[in-house]
Ligand binder design. Structure first.
Ligand SMILES: Cc1ncc(COP(=O)(O)O)c(C=O)c1O
Length: 417
């Protein structure tokens, strides 16, 4: 199968799905469902792959893990031990990162529609702020006083993403400072007594091979703009940050992300520019944790209604991406991986909403081995924007999370309301 990865996702000798060497059906039985299962080694491997891709070209870079993708404390700790920094999008995320052991200097905040209370919490906690609006500069000056180091998120005018809702640069986008306001922003920062030390872009989330060219164009634009900003402020910027966004294959036909071309492109462009002494920063989330997490759900109902239906014991409160973005997630009946006896089903959740389905939309059925009630359904690539987007809608609890390390499993978050 296209999704099999040695040591991570395999089919075992019982023809069951195996996650990091453990039988998914046994895990579901032992710990109960709904259950998010993560593979520690895969998290480390993904992080290391990014690190190695950059290290071929420079030592002057840092990786900020975008913790909005998955903010489980244990996962944050694993990445901390591997040298990660943090991209936080709320003061609360920054606090969670500190709880996981990250010192303030490793955390950068990039927010949108930021309140005075947010700014105060960040300043009190000594967290670096990446500013996203003129309003934020004016208010920060009053809250923080002089001599605070800050950076600016600008909008390079072009974006990319797996869905229009995840494109975060270009027109009709709320994020960042547009080019037309940038000179004013730099001027305001100077007047405010704040120190501008970096320029940042984040063009969107979940782009793959074909979008790398678009991304590299924005890298050019950001470098050119940073060079102009340096001239204006009269000193070198300490860092230039290209945000996150690298995608993962969700479908058989999706290509692997071209990590080497991405890292080489960024490093070559920066190293041959007036920014060559600035540190390169990136903020991947999905690429690090996306394929490391699998959601296991119990099958409650198998029945022909107007259409053949599989009803499971989680919904968009458990995994929002299909309902929210129409996202594709591969599904596997864990104890029937080899079955040829397949049929097309609507795979629906247990929420009182017609849109509560795990395929891309209500009309798209999934061809799956015919399951029995009580079987386990695995939803792959649920490690990023899975648990972190859960809710308690319909007053159902949030699922448990389990980490597999060296073939031993431990609960890393209990069921919560
Ligand atoms: C500012 C910023 N950086 C990084 C990311 C991470 O994106 P991804 O998980 O696609 O790498 C996001 C996600 O939207 C973001 O808003």
């Amino acid at each position: 199968m296209w999704w099999e990865k040695k040591g991570h996702l395999e089919i075992n000798d019982k023809n069951h799905l195996s996650i990091a060497g453990l039988d998914a059906c046994t895990l579901a039985k032992e710990y109960g469902t709904p259950l998010y299962v993560y593979n520690k080694q895969r998290i480390i491997d993904n992080f290391t792959a990014i690190k190695n891709a950059f290290q071929k070209h420079t030592d002057n870079f840092r990786i900020h893990y975008a913790m909005k993708a998955n903010s489980n404390l244990e996962i944050l700790k694993i990445l901390y031990r591997k040298g990660a920094n943090i991209d936080a999008v709320s003061p609360y995320e920054a606090k969670i990162a500190m709880d996981a052991g990250y010192p303030q200097k490793k955390i950068m905040f990039t927010g949108t529609s930021v309140s005075n209370n947010d700014l105060k919490m960040l300043v009190d906690d000594n967290i670096f702020i990446n500013i996203d609006s003129l309003s934020q500069i004016r208010r920060l000056r009053k809250i923080a006083g002089n001599n605070l180091n800050v950076s600016l998120r600008w909008n390079p005018g072009m974006g990319a993403g797996h869905h229009s809702h995840t494109i975060t640069a270009g027109k009709y986008v709320k994020f960042g400072i547009p080019e037309s306001n940038l000179a004013h922003a730099v001027e305001l920062i100077k007047e405010s007594g704040l120190n501008l030390v970096g320029l940042h872009q984040h063009i969107g989330s979940g782009w793959l091979a074909d979008d790398v060219l678009v991304f590299l164009k924005t890298v050019d634009r950001t470098i050119d703009t940073a060079a102009k900003v340096q001239d204006k402020i009269g000193h070198n910027l300490e860092f230039i940050d290209f945000g996150g966004g690298p995608g993962i294959p969700y479908r058989a036909e999706d290509k692997e992300f071209p990590l080497d071309a991405y890292a080489e492109g960024i490093c070559r462009k920066v190293n041959s520019s007036p920014l060559k002494n600035s540190k390169i920063a990136i903020e991947p989330g999905r690429y690090i944790v996306g394929d490391t997490g699998i959601l296991l759900l119990g099958i409650n109902t198998v029945e022909d209604k107007n259409i053949p239906l599989i009803g499971v014991n989680g919904g968009f409160n458990t995994l929002a991406r299909p309902s929210f973005y129409g996202s594709y997630h591969e599904m596997i009946v864990c104890n029937h991986t080899a079955s040829e006896n397949k049929k097309e089903f609507m795979v629906a959740g247990n929420l009182c909403e017609s849109g509560d389905v795990f395929s891309e939309n209500r009309e798209t059925l999934r061809k799956l081995p015919i399951p029995h009630e009580g079987d386990i359904l695995a939803i792959l690539n649920a490690g990023a924007y899975g648990y972190s987007m859960t809710s308690t809608y319909n007053s159902r609890p949030k699922p448990k999370e389990l980490l597999i390390d060296n073939k031993s499993a431990k609960i890393i978050r209990k069921e919560t309301w």
